[in-house]
Write a protein that binds this ligand. Sequence first.
Ligand SMILES: [Zn+2]
Length: 321
Amino acid sequence: MSISEEILKLIENGITDWDEIYNRLIRNYSKSTVSSAKKRLIQQGKIKEETINGKKILSIPKIVNSYEEEFEKKYGQTLRDYIKSKITEYKDNPAFSIRDFALNCMMPEINEDITNHPLKAREILNKIYSEIYHEHYWELPDKKITIYNTLNKPKRITEINSKDINKLIEFEGMVIQSSKIMPRTETASYICMGCGKEITVKMGIWDSPLKLKLTCPNCQTTMTYNDENSTMIDFQEIRIQELELSEDGRQRDVTAFIEGFEKGVYSGKLKVVGVPIKKPKKDSSVSDMFIYVVHYEELDKQEISITEEDIENIKKISKDP
Ligand SMILES: [Zn+2]
């Protein structure tokens, strides 16, 4: 057994006082090798040292599973079965209703797990959806899953605050301004001109693919951005105004980002499910807040459609004296 293994064994057996461990081990090993074994274990994250009542106490940190692993373990199989049962419905409109899943699968706790890490949850849902889509249609879906029908109480735009950053929220508002649809680089591809190695990097909204400096892991050459192999997504920036007036008689609004949707949004009342994200203002500790939209619904949209019959009727009426 190595010194490191002996240290770990002693801690596991409840001997956690470093002085005690040290005194036991120096009977068989030199003082410096015992000390450096402990130092190494701390550096490797295998043990933790805390000073409690003047004593150095060692412990073995619990391995915390990642959110992705926990989510997969808890919901993976149920989600697969659920999405399988909905795959025809999801083919054209992959919209995941938290409420429907929670009720049908008796798992209301998923609301909190998605609310706390909505973007990670969406990636996992998307992965499962793509797998099942592929099994059924032998190709990959061209749409991404959206998330709606949360069990959270809808907020007013003016109620969104720092506690909501990176969480899933729901609100209603009126579109008062919107940009045209712009292509956004979703994944940027870089190529090494030295050895041909390619790397793909996911781009955040404020990342610039041209500013990113990557060094080839094989040959240390600076990599070149490769637009051709990068992927684009349709992106739109809209301003959504609160429906109610604030105390000062004015209406507040928030800027939201929509991407990957079929058509642009230019007007009307929306119900939005989104994630407030922050961007620090330059030279300040204050941030601007934006909403990254994961689902939206157009409310009371009046479709104006005129049939052939209507036209005939209009003509008749207009002929009458
Ligand atoms: Zn290279």
